[in-house]
Design a protein around this ligand. Sequence first.
Ligand code: OOG
Ligand code: MG
Length: 260
Amino acid sequence: MTTWTIASAVHVLLDAENRRQDIDPLSDSWADFALETAYEVQDETLARRLMRGEHITGVKLGLTSRAKQFRMGVDTPLTAWLTDAMVLPTGDPVPLGRLIHPRVEPEIVFVMGEELRGPGVTAGRALAAVHSVHAGLEVIDSRYRDFRFTLPDVVADNASSGFVVTGSVALPPQDLDLALEACVLEVDGQVVHTATGAAVQGHPAEALALAANSLAARGVAIQPGWLVFTGGMTDAVPIRECGHVTASFTSLGTLALGAH
Ligand code: OOG
Ligand code: MG
């Protein structure tokens, strides 16, 4: 067994990301790698990103739908950080050369209007703090070989963060039924997955409340202006060179991502 520390885990994970070299899950060689320790690793990787000039732009939830939980073999939702370096402008291709084995997943995204501070936040209270709802696509890229990980592993790895794209259609939350908001995911013109917002914790606002309450345990409140990616509604799809992924939503418009 390796003697791991928070500092050595942070170094190994950020190095894997920078060099685009996948690694074995930390839990393979870190006996009793605890969830609290994993969140400390995640927070320290954020600190390193901020030190190199990045800014927090929001938070992402992971593993909030059965489709994602089943595929990844982890059934507990988690939270992770989004920085400006992870934001891909709409229309830009996926920078494949900076990623190990990217996959794309459709998400419902909140732009926050007010601060949201847990604990005790309900879905209703959470939705009242939302400024606008958007379609989103997340490009995930686990640093772990073949996306094989335990919950602490994926938490430490900032929930496989890669890039996020936010749709330009912005609706106030009261203008749509988010549980019924549907998404059709196509790869190269073929429908591969479909879901509605109810796939995400029964309602994406439940995921937002969950984020506020779990961040409260880390002394953090969700800030006005932050993006909140509520988690993949469907299983993610690999994106290859010359591939095109399109997510069409009932009310939130269509988002496309290409790689070339
Ligand atoms: C973990 C990241 C999960 C989501 O939306 O569920 C995530 C993974 O699947 O590699 O971003
Ligand atoms: Mg995601």
